[in-house]
Each structure stands twice: as structure tokens, then as C-alpha cells.
Write a protein that binds this ligand. Structure first.
Ligand code: PMT
Length: 403
């Protein structure tokens, strides 16, 4: 792959089907694709650029000179995208592209791009069947432009026939298949729901103090991002971290272990794969104070904090596992790593434990990690690698367990 996330540029042209493009944007984002949008002037009569800006978190250009910071915007858009999808594509825009007419940002970008161009036509049946339109489509097909053919059915103008833009779900699926072919990206988690716990938990002592640990969330976020890129629907139950939410992933922020159990339990019920990478505090203060404890007046409470055991989230949900669900835990150990991981595997009813060495600057907060997969029948030792690569190896193993 040329970059972490594939990028699809969506061109929106002036047609009532433009409202369906919002669903295409969301569908691609959910699959871990970065989406940018360029619109024709006419398209803005149907859906405003603000809608696409809000959905994509990217600038949305309409005019050739809209972005003063980028005087050759059509070239940068053309180069940046891995696929240029025009959906809906009107008869007029297809005709312009077929004849090399480049009189706005969308058509100049279409002419300039070397990336695969995909058109999802949408127009009245008469326009669709017109000889000129069909000849234009033929010309474009001969030049390697791909088509997501229009469907037949009831049209906004009242006519019935061919010319309805294909449904967003089908368009998303065809674009994802194309991205797979282009980059050899695995899309083997399409249809799977993955739940990941990540980061630390924080357990309040009083209004300002807490017990926690050094987990940065990097490991869990890498797993969530990798699962999403492979097509899964991902819920990330995250303790407090300073990482940005991975695009396309549903993040449920929590603070304490008790909150994390509640959020994880509700996502777990729907999940086919559950991965518990959070560093959950084993203990919490029994009587947290709502106010700040003061030196002088609260010395006794500060000197000795009574701790109680937190729920073990992996263990609780591991024993609630249903047939077909895959449960993967972690073990953070400074010694006897494999032996300790084996005990956790059995006690917590997991299918696999990712055993990693911690202490002396290892694992916590790092970009790389070295781990062993402790399974019921074997142990697989892995070399040190980036957490993103390890995330993919964990997901590969999860799929093997599922089969
Ligand atoms: O977040 P990073 O900075 O990227 O660091 C990654 C990591 C070191 C936190 C991660 O790789 C890791 O090892 N996570 C598990 C940390 C941990 O709490 O390990 P443990 O051996 O104490 O727990 C064993 C398993 O039980 C873990 O899956 C843990 O999530 C789970 N657990 C533990 C206690 C508890 N009360 N509830 C749990 O669910």
C-alpha cells in the first residue's frame, strides 16, 4: 500500500441521488477508507458541501479556485486519491469526461487522475438510453473507466426504467473490492463485529487523585484500526488516553474498571471477536471522596487507602462466551511470562493470550511490542514488530481460531 489508509475521492454531480452519496461516504469510512469529496456547482443544489465536510472532516471543494492555499487543487486531488468514484454521475458529466472537457474542478480532476476512475451513473431512463449517452459510456469503457451500472426501477421524475444509481451498499462493496485488488489489502473481517478494550482505567481516590498505570492505548487502538481496515465493525472501549479515535471505529470512552465492564459487556454480546488489551486496574479505593482530601485535616485517609478488588473484565466475559465467539486476552508480565499467560488462558476461559514482556521501558507507551501467542495447544513466539503489525497478526490468529 502507498499509505496507511486508502483514499477514495468521491465526485458528486447534480442529481437527486446525491443524497445517497452520504451513505457511500459513511460506508467507506466504516471500512477504514479515507474519503474526500469534490462537487459540481449543480450538485450543491441537492446536498450542501457542509454536509460532506461534516461527514468527511476534510475540506470539500467545488470551484477550481476554492482553495487559495492550493493553486493546482485538481492536480493534488487527482494524485492523492487511490480511486476516483463519481457517484452519482450525470449524463452531462459522463459526456464531458468522454470528450475530455475539463471546465470545473471535478472534470479537471477526472482528466488529470491516473488512478482508477469509477462512474455510478444516475439519470432519467430516456437520458440513459439515449444513443449519445450509450456511446459516451462505450468510449469511457474502452479507455478503462469502470462502471457501477445503474439499476432499473421507479425514478424521481415518475418514470420507471434503467437509470437509478445503484444502492450505496453495493457501490461501497464494489469500491472495497477494487481497493483490495489494487493493494492486496485483506478484507477478511467484513461482516465480523470486533470489540477491543484499550488504555488504562483510572480509579478515583478523591476529587483530584487517582490510581492508574502507564498504558497509552497504542496497542488497543492499533488492533481497532487494523480490524476496521479489514472490514470489521469495531467497538473500542477505551480508558482515558490521548490518542485520536481511529476513523470508522465506534469509541466508547470510560474511566473506571466498573464502567469498562459495563461498556464491554454490552459490546461483547454482539461481537464475534473480543480482544482485551486494556490495562485494567486490579484494585480501586473502597471509599473515594467527592472532595479533595486535604493534608492536615485528612492525613489519616491519605496515609492509608483501603482498596477493594475490581471486576476482572476478561474473566467475567470469557466465561459468558457463546459458541463461535473468539476471546483474546493479554498478559503483561515481567517474569515467567509464558507460564503466567497459560494460567490466565485457563482461568479467564480465553482462546488465546497475547503475552508481552513489560518493565524496563517495554510495551507500555512504545510503538513496538514483542509478544508470544499462548494458545491451548501451542505457543507462537513472535519477533519485535510495530503494534500495528502485531495487531494484524493477532487478527490473523483470531480468524484461525474461529475456523
Ligand atoms: O497501551 P499501551 O501503552 O500500548 O501498552 C500496551 C499494553 C502493555 C497495556 C498491552 O500490550 C497489555 O499487555 N495489556 C494488558 C495489560 C494487563 O492488564 O495485563 P494483565 O496481565 O494484568 O491482565 C490480563 C488480562 O486480563 C488482560 O487482557 C487484561 O485486559 C484483563 N484484565 C485484567 C484485570 C481486570 N481487572 N480486568 C481485565 O479484563
Amino acid at each position: 500500500m502507498t499509505r496507511e489508509k486508502p483514499c477514495v475521492l468521491i465526485g458528486v454531480t447534480g442529481c437527486i441521488a446525491a443524497y445517497k452519496t452520504c451513505e457511500i461516504v459513511r460506508g467507506l469510512q466504516k471500512a477504514g477508507v479515507r474519503v474526500k469529496v469534490v462537487m459540481t456547482e449543480h450538485a450543491t443544489e441537492f446536498v450542501g458541501p457542509t454536509t460532506f465536510r461534516a461527514l468527511t472532516h476534510e475540506p470539500v471543494a467545488v470551484g477550481l479556485f476554492d482553495d487559495p492555499s492550493d493553486p493546482i487543487h485538481h492536480i493534488s486531488l487527482a494524485q492523492e486519491c487511490d480511486v476516483f468514484l463519481i457517484a452519482p454521475c450525470t449524463a452531462n458529466v459522463a459526456a464531458k469526461i468522454a470528450h475530455g472537457i475539463a471546465d470545473d474542478l471535478l472534470t479537471t480532476t477526472a482528466l488529470a487522475t491516473k488512478s482508477p476512475l469509477v462512474l455510478a451513473p444516475a439519470m432519467n431512463v430516456g437520458m440513459y438510453e439515449a444513443a449519445a449517452t450509450q456511446e459516451n459510456f462505450e468510449t469511457l469503457r474502452r479507455r478503462g473507466v469502470r462502471f457501477i451500472d445503474a439499476a432499473s426501477g421507479y425514478q424521481a421524475c415518475g418514470d420507471v426504467g434503467r437509470g437509478r444509481m445503484e444502492e450505496p451498499e453495493a457501490i461501497v462493496s464494489q469500491i472495497l473490492t477494487l481497493l483490495d485488488d489494487l493493494f492486496g489489502v485483506k478484507r477478511d473481517l467484513v461482516g465480523e463485529r470486533v470489540m477491543v478494550t484499550a488504555g488504562p482505567t483510572v480509579e478515583p481516590i478523591d476529587a483530584v487523585r487517582y490510581i492508574s498505570n502507564h498504558s497509552s492505548g497504542k496497542m488497543g487502538y492499533a488492533i481497532a484500526e487494523a480490524a476496521c481496515a479489514r472490514g470489521a465493525e469495531v467497538t473500542l472501549v477505551s480508558g482515558p488516553v490521548s490518542l485520536a479515535a481511529p476513523e470508522g471505529v465506534t469509541v466508547v470512552p470510560v474511566k473506571t474498571a466498573c464502567d469498562m465492564l459495563e461498556a464491554a459487556r454490552s459490546a461483547f454480546a454482539e461481537s464475534s471477536i473480543a480482544i482485551f488489551s486494556a490495562a485494567v486496574a486490579d484494585l480501586r479505593p473502597a471509599n473515594p471522596s467527592d472532595r479533595k482530601l486535604k493534608k492536615g485535616s485528612d492525613d489519616a485517609s491519605l496515609a492509608s487507602i483501603l482498596l477493594v478488588e475490581n471486576p476482572d473484565i476478561l474473566k467475567t466475559l470469557g466465561w459468558e462466551k457463546k459458541p463461535g465467539q473468539v476471546v483474546i486476552g493479554f498478559a503483561a508480565e515481567t517474569n515467567d511470562v509464558i507460564e503466567n499467560a497459560r494460567v490466565k488462558l485457563e482461568k479467564k476461559n480465553a482462546d488465546m493470550i497475547v503475552a508481552n514482556w513489560v518493565g524496563e521501558g517495554r510495551a507500555f507507551g512504545q510503538d513496538d511490542n514483542q509478544a508470544s501467542f499462548v494458545l491451548h495447544e501451542e505457543v507462537i513466539d513472535l519477533p519485535s514488530m510495530s503494534k500495528r503489525d502485531l495487531a494484524d497478526r493477532i487478527l490473523d490468529q483470531a480468524l484461525l481460531i474461529a475456523r
